[in-house]
Design a protein around this ligand. Structure first.
Ligand SMILES: [Zn+2]
Length: 361
């Protein structure tokens, strides 16, 4: 370590505590190291990071429970925190020093080397980490879908396209003079693909509304791109604080489209029901009680009789009856919807009649 790479910083905060700190530059990254004055040991190693939901955030590894192990002091508790939220915790129980290792343990295989040449230059790795914690890691540099995959438009009606192929889907509905998009999964990258595909499919129509079924990040991470596009965002009333914070968050570490072209977000709340309608299309939005999240919209595209449902029903093979499917069934009954096609925020589609047993109370 070059001593010139180390410089003093003002005290830095860890929660409510203020700790002495230094900056260490290494390999083009500036690390902020917070020190514990009582032990004189590092307490936090911090980087500033971009998060598509929270914007500029601290990404910390918080070190504690230092013990002598094999002649060295080690932090046996290591807590990774994104914006103060713990996302990973490691407890070191045993350390073996100078244990013999196979000579090829760090060898990189030819197929990995070949893939590295085409790897995404700007992978949103917070999403990759989150997917790991969700237990849904895809070992793919394509981020949104497996290595051999891709997005595709599946036509459900001449004016309705289902964006499939990713880990979560969008719906594109062409109105007479504009386009409505439902859900904004993952991040700006998927949103850009969908915006381009919608405009290519329905030329000359601006994207006027983004409908968010709910705030969970796997469906909302790309919503800032639609604000940048000029769309108003329609959402369950309960989601408003989440989206207001997300749309206001500074993104200076890695500016996205909204950071580059700031504009105020126009939010429309749905407390109970709302209809988006013109001469050609009617979309009925319903904020329904359900066991998944406080604040969930389902959307009925009336003429082709399609019902967009995210997370409560995910058509991917057999669907089993659950409190979530029963909640959708109750909403369909209340709205008088029969013989519809359920269109998934994950997976594909299912006929209401084929899954009637899972919907009934
Ligand atoms: Zn969800």
């Amino acid at each position: 370590m070059n001593p010139a790479s180390i410089s003093a910083l003002p005290d830095q905060k860890l929660g409510e505590r203020s700790l002495p700190a230094v900056s260490i530059k290494y390999d083009n990254v500036a690390y902020t190291v917070l020190l514990d004055p009582s032990t004189k040991l590092p307490a936090v190693v911090r980087t500033r990071d971009n998060d598509f939901v929270y914007g500029d955030v601290n990404f910390d590894v918080v070190l504690s429970d230092w013990k002598d192990m094999g002649g060295y002091k080690r932090a046996t508790t290591q807590s990774w925190r994104l914006d103060g939220r713990e996302v990973q915790r490691v407890t070191v129980k045993e350390v073996a020093l100078d244990a013999p290792l196979p000579a090829n343990i760090l060898a990189v295989s030819a197929d990995v080397k070949a893939k590295a040449k085409t790897a995404a230059s700007d992978a949103p790795y917070q999403w990759v980490l989150r997917r790991m914690f969700l237990g849904r890691l895809m070992d793919s540099d394509k981020v949104y879908y497996p290595e051999s995959g891709g997005f595709k438009l599946v036509e459900l009606a001449p004016n309705v396209q289902h964006v499939q192929g990713g880990s979560a889907n969008n719906l594109i509905v062409a109105m007479k003079d504009s386009i409505v998009i439902i859900d904004a999964p993952v991040d700006e990258g998927q949103s850009k693909w969908v915006i381009d595909a919608a405009k290519a499919k329905y030329p000359g129509k601006p994207i006027k509304q983004l409908v968010m079924t709910h705030h969970h990040m796997d469906h909302s991470g790309g919503s800032r791109a639609y604000v940048a596009e000029g769309a108003e965002v329609v959402m369950p009333a309960q989601s408003r604080p989440f989206f207001e914070a997300m749309f206001m968050a500074p993104h200076t570490v890695s500016p996205d489209a909204l950071a580059k072209q700031p504009r105020p977000a126009r939010i429309v709340e749905v407390k109970d029901t709302m209809t988006i309608k013109d001469d050609t299309v009617e979309i009925r939005l319903m904020n329904i009680p359900n066991p998944h999240v406080d604040g969930m919209l389902i959307a009925h595209v009336a003429q082709p009789n399609l019902v967009w449902v995210t997370d409560l029903i995910s058509p991917r093979g057999a669907i089993s009856r659950s409190p979530a499917t029963i909640a959708v069934g109750a909403a369909l009954t209340k709205a008088g919807i029969n013989g519809s096609t359920i269109v998934g925020g994950h997976g594909t589609t299912a006929k209401q009649t084929d899954i009637a047993a899972t919907l009934s109370n």
